[in-house]
Ligand binder design. Structure first.
Ligand code: SF4
Length: 373
């Protein structure tokens, strides 16, 4: 880990000095600290502090996973204004599709030779899919890849699944676990703010409901991931409060494995007039997350959203995970906008990217256990 004097010497904003001293002492940062980290012009200083926190936890190790994404349907009744993925019920948006369980099996078999250790499954909120569909999807993955980590269904989907199951979420989670579910992805929280919820995604879970589902996931003994969609209409205060609410949740449950800041891409959404975040915004989001979420083990830079060059730099701004080799991801750049849905990177390219950034690549599984081949 860098020495305290090295870190303090790179700061150009004297207001960061007390925050830096708290980081060096390993103390928890406060809400005003978070606001300052977002407000200061000294982004390099913020990055140096985040890197110190990162190196204290992980040294220069950087994690990646060989994974496959399955986005089983883009049919959705939630109408989120920031979404370019959904085919809205009643028309509008991309062509609707829903994968039959056999098609999901075929998609898995298409990469049957690839040494994938995680399958990541999310989709829209399709009002007519029966409960059995969700269980059959998990069972199909488990049948094709008995040892894979199955990370599936965000809190919003889990709410829908419990609804169509006609049973409490806790009971539905037990069924999903029995079918083979391993963990729950982080989407759906967006920004935990009632104001943003009312303006951008009023049909979806409220912040309190999202947190309640996260608690139920923890009680079910399932690990979960967390995210923050930023760069649309949210304020800096709302970003910091989002991080603080996740930190409180993690103090209570300890079940969050990693946090991913998700950079908003306005293209094709009902917010396409907005400029979207810059690379500097992306780096700051990673760095502030690392500094504020002192109890969340891993901070990801998702290379598809942040681009590979920015993700390399992010490894020096607090990120310790590049996410995955990612076969068939559809969400950020819907088919037809950026062409091919196959936005994959080979494991070799991932390793080179990490080594180029003077970090040590470690392949992991869905629970951050090292994979040795
Ligand atoms: S973000 Fe998710 S829930 Fe919202 S419209 Fe898009 S697919 Fe549906």
């Amino acid at each position: 880990m860098p020495q305290a004097d090295d870190i303090l010497s790179v700061l150009t904003d004297p207001a960061l000095q007390p925050v830096a001293e708290r980081v060096v002492r390993g103390e928890r940062l406060t809400r005003p600290d978070g606001l300052l980290l977002y407000a200061t012009d000294d982004l390099t200083g913020v990055g140096a502090l985040a890197n110190a926190a990162r190196e204290r936890m992980h040294g220069r190790r950087t994690w990646y996973v060989r994974n496959q994404h399955i986005n089983y349907t883009n049919v959705c009744n939630k109408q989120c204004r920031f979404c370019s993925f959904a085919a809205n019920i009643g028309g509008g948006g991309p062509q609707p599709y829903t994968m039959a369980v056999d098609e999901i099996r075929d998609a898995l078999l298409r990469y049957g030779d690839a040494p994938i250790t995680e399958v990541h499954i999310v989709g829209g909120i399709h009002p007519h899919l029966p409960y059995s569909y969700y269980l059959d999807v998990i069972r199909a993955v488990r049948a094709v890849r008995p040892d894979v980590h199955i990370k599936a269904f965000t809190a919003v989907e889990l709410d829908q699944i419990a609804h169509v199951a006609g049973k409490p979420l806790a009971d539905a989670l037990m069924d999903l676990k029995d079918a083979g579910l391993s963990s729950v992805p982080g989407g759906g929280a967006e920004i935990l703010s009632d104001r943003v919820h009312a303006l951008l995604h009023p049909c979806k879970l409220t912040p309190d409901q999202w947190l309640e589902i996260a608690r139920t996931v923890a009680q079910a003994g399932l690990p979960q991931y967390a995210t923050m969609l930023y760069g649309h209409i949210e304020t800096i205060e709302e970003r910091v409060d989002h991080l603080l609410r996740l930190r409180e949740l993690q103090d209570e449950t300890g079940h969050l494995l990693a946090f991913t800041p998700l950079s908003f891409h306005p293209d094709g959404t009902r917010l396409s007039h907005l400029p979207g975040p810059t690379a500097l915004d992306d780096l700051r989001a990673v760095a502030v997350a690392r500094l504020m979420l002192d109890n969340v083990p891993h901070i990801k830079t998702f290379w598809i959203m942040n681009t590979t060059p920015v993700s390399q730099i992010a490894l020096w701004y607090g990120a310790d995970d590049l996410d995955g080799t990612v076969e068939e991801y559809r969400i950020t750049f819907a088919e037809g906008r950026r062409g091919d849905v196959r936005q994959a990177m080979s494991a070799e390219a991932m390793v080179n990217l990490i080594e180029d950034a003077r970090s040590v690549p470690i392949e992991r599984d869905g629970l951050y256990r090292e994979v040795r081949r």
